[in-house]
Design a binder for this molecule. Sequence first.
Ligand code: C2E
Ligand code: CA
Ligand code: CA
Length: 398
Amino acid sequence: MDRITEQDVFKALENREMQVYYQPQYDTLTKGLRGAEALVRWFRSDGSLVMPGAFIPMLEESSAILALDWYMTERVCEFLDKQKKMGICQVPISINYSRRHVQEARFVEQLCEIADRYQVSHRLLIVEIMESVLEEKAEQVIALVKKVREAGFKVAIDDFGSGLSSLSFVKDISVDYLKIDRSLLSGNCEDEKERIVLESIFMFAHRLKWTTVAEGVETTEQFNFLKTCDCKLIQGYLFAKPMPEADYLQVCRDNSQETGNDYFWQLQETYGALNLLMEAVLMCYPLIIMVNLSRDSYYMMAYDNFSTKTVASAGTYEELIAGGAKSMHPEDRELFTHTFSVENQLAAIERGEKSVRVVTRQLGDDGIYRRIETTNYFVNNPYVDDVFAVTLSRSIEE
Ligand code: C2E
Ligand code: CA
Ligand code: CA
């Protein structure tokens, strides 16, 4: 094949040789269709197929990539309009946007203009941006993402875990989806370290209320492991390869015939049920702390606005007790520190006690003392011999 030039690509766009393929995304628990990613396929006039890997890197070197992405946006909107008119069930479609769009002054305006021209509801379009873009131009991207979401579109971080992956941006950005790169699944999830990395990614994403999507899922082993991580959506050859529009329409048709009692199955699944249970427990006990007494460490889960200003959300157990005591009434500090000292707790376990409880007065952000009940429940962890405690804390003021 001759070397592909930018001119070839522009001509191909003009002649509509570029087609949109759709790769479905399925709900991990119910297997229902939840979305699709639009991927470009170039069918040349001689009938040959050119995959994106053969020309996208070249387009990325200049602003030519912008033309392709806007062309894809236009084709997807055209499709969504047609699908709506056919009365077929619609799910959001993800479109890839190159890093170069960050420089476009009118990105959001152009997106609105195309969507509105085809009367496509903004919530049906997901803007995919690669994680690596954030490493380069974090501030600009954060501002752009905010604007895109304010206009009603969804945003996904693509290829998460593929790059140098600094987690520091996570606290500054709000998105809707996190797409976990397939390189993280490479070892079939058999490697312990690989599993730990994946589990922690899903944990933080879910706590930020981002919808997680695992990409490139090819085996049942990967799928089963992803289920245990509570990964929400699956995109990969195991369920479906990228397909032409007609085939994708059929997938959507088949999906509309589903019975729609998905939530019932979600509740039957341990992880779905656990999530709900967790919500309820946090309502009763707005502060939950997982403590490893053997390793002098803790990890905190706090309900939205529960005040935890005096202690960090993770650290050493000693710091936790010292920080906790600081927020108590001076007369209660001694009792608190003694009760929750490691020695006192180990002694309680030795005596066969299941928990340790105190009521203290704690200073709220409003300067008022409230009675707080703090209980440490001693629990066994089936995986390690360490001594664990779960702290449940709540205000007992009426
Ligand atoms: P991507 O955004 O990570 O898209 C997913 C790629 O993984 C697609 O490759 C898809 O076919 C492939 N894939 C999906 N499931 C599996 C699986 O189970 N196993 C394996 N081995 N691969 C799987 P594709 O279509 O070749 O696209 C490659 C890349 O090209 C995309 O990676 C995306 O970065 C880029 N691209 C595609 N279309 C566009 C576009 O319209 N605009 C821009 N800017 N980039 C695009
Ligand atoms: Ca993508
Ligand atoms: Ca990807």
